[in-house]
Each structure stands twice: as structure tokens, then as C-alpha cells.
Write a protein that binds this ligand. Structure first.
Ligand SMILES: C[S@@+](CC[C@H](N)C(=O)[O-])C[C@H]1O[C@@H](n2cnc3c(N)ncnc32)[C@H](O)[C@@H]1O
Length: 209
């Protein structure tokens, strides 16, 4: 599998220099960026949907945000949530250097505090990448904010493959939560969903009603 990923990476055009710098910055500081393959998939979705209105839960250093903002049409907007101000300060510095800071709104609150008051609707894409035990609650809160045919993208659906293994008594809460979330997401009556073995497991669900 590593050979396949290396082959695919080599065949794609080189990412934007700031994206390459941010990958190294995250590695150096031990801050986890979403996998490049997932970020690339997100950017392709942004382009094909001409996604102007995006909500991200879990900014960190803004790696996925940067991929998405660079793929957005000129009037595009991204609202991104992360309570960790140190991390989002780094993210903001990259958005500024990319000339995209005016199109990105960072909120330093926990998502479950902010989402019940989040005023925007008709979202094209919601990207969920924060506290794994809260994913089900995020989904319930953001679904009404998504336009019909809008898409929810979810990172870490497989957690390094542990989610797909037989359940054990000592499974960490994140693994238990993601098993529950995946069933809920895939069987949700308002979504047409799938989970791909891309990155750490990428869920994609289109709102159908
Ligand atoms: C895996 S990182 C996000 C990676 C990022 N999306 C990227 O593109 O690389 C997860 C982030 O979620 C944030 N987080 C944790 N709990 C959260 C919460 N309750 N609400 C919003 N963000 C949260 C963490 O501070 C962390 O920076």
C-alpha cells in the first residue's frame, strides 16, 4: 500500500509551496494535519461543487483550510472552529501569507458551544475533524445547516484500522465512538454516504433530504 501511495503522490502535481511548508511545520511541532490524500480529495470536491460556503470543525494549523481556500472560487468563505488559540495563530499566519485571510473566519470556541449559535445556512461542505467522541453530535447540529446536495466530509473514520477490528473491552473511547458514528453516518436517512479507505478513513455524505 505504501508503494501505491508513493506512486500516486509522485504522479500528482507538487502542492502549493505553503502547503508543503505547513506539512513540515506540523511534523516538526507534532501537530497532526489531515492526510494529504484527504486534503486533496477535499480540494477536488471544492472545485467540482464550486463550494463558496464551507464550515470546518477542527482547524489545527489550517492545513485542510489552506487546501480548500486555494481551491475555492474568489467569493468563497470558510468558517473554521478550534478552541486552541496557539494552533489557530499559526493557521492565521499561513492564511495571511497565502493572501486568503479575509475569506476565512476562525472561531476559538469548542464546537459544541458554538454550533448551536452558528448563524450561517446553505453550506456547501462541512468538514469534521475534531473530538472523535463528539462526531455524532456535530453531525446532528450541522446537518440542518447544509444545503440539499451539500456534502459532509469526515476524517478519521478508521483510526488507523482499529475501528474495523473486532470490538474489545479495552478499546479506547475514540474507537468505540467512531464505530457508532460510522454506522449512524452510513445509515442516516438524510444522507447518501460512503466511507473510503483514503487517509485515515474519509467519510463523504451528501444531504438528500
Ligand atoms: C486533527 S486536528 C485538525 C486537523 C486539521 N483539520 C487539518 O487540516 O490538518 C484536530 C483539532 O481539533 C481541535 N479540537 C479538539 N476538540 C475540539 C472541539 N471540541 N471543538 C473544535 N475543535 C476541537 C483540536 O484543538 C485540534 O487542533
Amino acid at each position: 500500500m505504501d508503494d501505491v501511495l508513493a506512486y500516486l503522490d509522485a504522479e500528482h502535481p507538487e502542492p502549493h509551496p505553503l502547503i508543503l511548508e505547513l506539512e513540515q511545520h506540523g511534523r516538526k511541532d507534532g501537530v497532526s494535519n489531515v492526510a494529504r490524500a484527504t486534503a486533496r480529495l477535499l480540494a477536488t470536491l471544492v472545485v467540482c461543487m464550486q463550494a463558496n460556503r464551507i464550515l470546518e470543525i477542527g482547524t489545527a494549523y489550517g492545513y485542510a483550510t489552506l487546501w480548500m481556500t486555494l481551491a475555492q472560487p474568489p467569493a468563497g468563505k470558510i468558517w473554521t472552529i478550534d478552541p486552541d488559540i496557539e494552533r489557530t495563530t499559526v493557521a492565521l499566519s499561513y492564511f495571511q501569507r497565502a493572501g486568503e485571510a479575509d475569506d476565512i473566519v476562525i472561531s476559538n470556541q469548542s464546537a459544541l458551544e458554538l454550533l448551536p449559535m452558528f448563524p450561517h445556512r446553505n453550506l456547501d461542505i462541512v468538514f469534521i475533524d475534531a473530538a472523535k467522541t463528539e462526531y455524532r453530535a456535530y453531525l446532528d447540529l450541522v446537518l440542518p445547516m447544509l444545503k440539499r446536495s451539500g456534502v459532509i466530509v469526515v476524517d478519521n473514520c478508521l483510526l488507523g484500522g482499529r475501528v474495523a477490528q473486532a470490538p474489545r473491552k479495552d478499546d479506547p473511547p475514540e474507537v468505540v465512538a467512531m464505530r457508532d458514528f460510522n454506522s449512524y453516518f452510513l445509515q442516516h436517512p438524510d444522507l447518501d454516504s460512503t466511507i473510503l479507505p483514503v487517509g485515515d478513513g474519509t467519510g463523504i455524505g451528501a444531504r438528500v433530504r
